[in-house]
Design a protein around this ligand. Structure first.
Ligand code: SF4
Length: 348
């Protein structure tokens, strides 16, 4: 008797035979990338079905300018707190870890509550906040409690719109991010005319979502389906949406790899300007940014984040670039495509 995995793989193969052209799907969440690599899902897909990884790792898409600004603030004596992965993310010429060796006061925290605690000892502490709709509500809550934040928070949907418009890419369907969708709900995706399935994080969830996307391709449909309905609701998490809206407003933001995307950033509202590092340190940041220069690098993360390249095609992959000595953000974070490929080996 066939196992449920054998059945779903057979189902995918059967459906793929009904499609006469190559099909590319993109998964958009670092946790999906891990599941795909851990269970070798790319390797079991039929030849005409390609699954690529998009910009779902929030650490990886943080722009060099934001890293350089955070380094600049820290080197000017502003105590900084942020997530551990952020320390190794390269700016234009250094990272926060190097700034620490030069005497910058940078503390690793696991969440904003730790940063709030730390603020009692260091009143001018700045929290370097990153992430999508998943982490933004907690940052908003901490701002309301008095935490000062440098916001590199982003909205995910505008990046999907940018990917669809990118002429170098031809995406036939998205596996939408499960965590982000739990906050935003499913409605937001309906604006995009492309097959989409919101998926959970088990191997079976991802396989089912591929099968559902294939159904849409076969039927020439372009709709949003929710495979992860045990968690994701149509309207999302209203409380989280409310606090994001109360504290942040949308603004254009720069993404590593994707460039500037309209309305994709979360900027702190004027009402909370005294907790906004952009406002509090505006003169200092202006000075820091005037000196910034973007240096060319051999790292291919820009293309990897757009699904245009696999890590193994980067000449530095596993030679000079490894998780111990990362050259680019995609090798730093455990949700980064290069880090995942390094850990789980070659995937097609
Ligand atoms: S292997 Fe390293 S250098 Fe190459 S793209 Fe990935 S992170 Fe960048």
């Amino acid at each position: 008797m066939k196992t449920r995995y054998e059945k779903i793989i057979a189902d995918i193969r059967e459906k793929s035979r009904l499609i006469s052209h190559p099909v590319t799907f993109m998964e958009l969440c670092g946790t999906h990338s891990q599941t795909v690599a851990q269970y070798g899902i790319k390797n079991i897909l039929p030849e005409n079905i390609r699954l690529v990884t998009g910009p779902g790792c929030p650490v990886c898409v943080t722009d060099q300018r934001d890293i350089d600004s955070a380094i600049g603030l820290a080197l000017q004596g502003i105590p900084l707190a942020t997530y551990g992965d952020m320390l190794k993310i390269p700016g234009s010429s250094a990272n926060l870890e190097k700034a620490r060796t030069k005497g910058a006061d940078i503390t690793i925290v696991y969440d904003v509550t730790e940063a709030l605690e730390l603020k009692r000892q260091k009143p001018n502490l700045v929290f370097f906040g990153i992430g999508f709709e998943t982490t933004a509500p907690m940052s908003a809550w901490a701002i309301k409690k008095g935490l000062t934040l440098y916001s590199a928070h982003k909205r995910f949907f505008p990046a999907m719109e940018a990917l669809i418009k990118n002429k170098k890419l031809k995406i036939d369907g998205f596996i939408d991010p499960g965590h982000v969708s739990a906050i935003t709900g499913t409605g937001i995706y309906e604006k995009l005319s492309v097959p989409q399935v919101i998926a959970g994080f088990e191997a079976m969830d991802v396989l089912k979502s591929i099968s559902m996307l294939l159904d849409q391709i076969i039927r020439h449909e372009r709709k949003v389906q929710n495979e992860y309905d045990r968690i994701v609701q149509k309207k999302g998490n209203a409380k989280a949406q409310r606090i994001i809206k109360e504290v942040f407003e949308t603004a254009d933001a720069s993404w590593r790899g994707l460039g500037k995307i309209k309305c994709s950033g979360l900027k702190i509202r004027k009402k909370y300007k005294d907790q906004d590092a952009e406002y509090v340190y505006r003169t200092l940041l202006k000075k820091i940014r005037r000196k910034m220069t973007i240096k060319p690098t051999a790292c291919k993360c820009d293309e990897i984040l757009q699904g245009l390249r696999e890590p193994q095609s980067c000449p530095l992959f596993s030679k000079t670039c490894s998780p111990e000595s990362p050259h680019g953000p995609c090798m730093v974070s455990i949700e980064g495509t290069c880090n995942i490929s390094y850990k789980y080996g070659k995937i097609r």
